[in-house]
Ligand binder design. Structure first.
Ligand SMILES: [Zn+2]
Ligand SMILES: [Zn+2]
Length: 161
């Protein structure tokens, strides 16, 4: 994603608004490949603050993640705001053309904003560590077997509350 800031640099404009849809196929984060199921929508603005170019805005997309509890794939709505400050005093890389390749800034922000442990829902029951069943789909009785029969009565009593 290339943004043209030449007008800002030449002081023809005070603000540059930008809006773009970036096609991201997938990115690798640690050992997981994250699939983007919709384009990344980026809306933002840029302005100069003395020798600093300030870029800020929002981005959103939908990505496919694996649930940390049940391991099923689910669609996660990725949304984040960003703010980047680029020093313009070391004019080397963009002053000549006035263009910035925004992609690497976006990638960094995507990685930063992905959840450390994604779960498909707060209510996800996960996988039974004993029989491996996905407890969102099937019920298993592993846990019940562990309960001392003498306590079952007591447990029923609590369950009714
Ligand atoms: Zn889950
Ligand atoms: Zn089980």
């Amino acid at each position: 994603m290339i943004i043209d800031f030449s007008k800002l640099i030449k002081e023809e404009e005070r603000h540059i608004n930008f809006k773009d849809q970036v096609e991201v196929k997938e990115i690798s984060d640690k050992n997981e490949n994250i699939i983007f199921v919709s384009p990344l929508e980026v809306v933002g603005e840029g302005y100069l603050e003395e020798d600093t170019l300030v870029l800020q805005g929002n981005a959103e997309s939908k990505v496919e993640l694996s649930c940390g509890r049940c391991l099923e794939k689910f669609i996660y709505p990725l949304e984040f705001s960003f703010e980047e400050k680029i020093s313009v005093s070391d004019k080397s890389f963009f002053i000549t053309s006035g263009k910035i390749d925004f992609s690497s800034i976006l990638w960094e922000n995507i990685i930063l904003n992905l959840p450390l442990q994604a779960i498909c829902s707060e209510e996800c029951k996960g996988i039974c560590p004993k029989c491996g069943k996905n407890l969102n789909i099937e019920k298993c009785y592993c846990e019940d077997e562990d309960i001392d029969p003498r306590l079952v009565l007591l447990k029923d009593l609590f369950d009714e509350e």
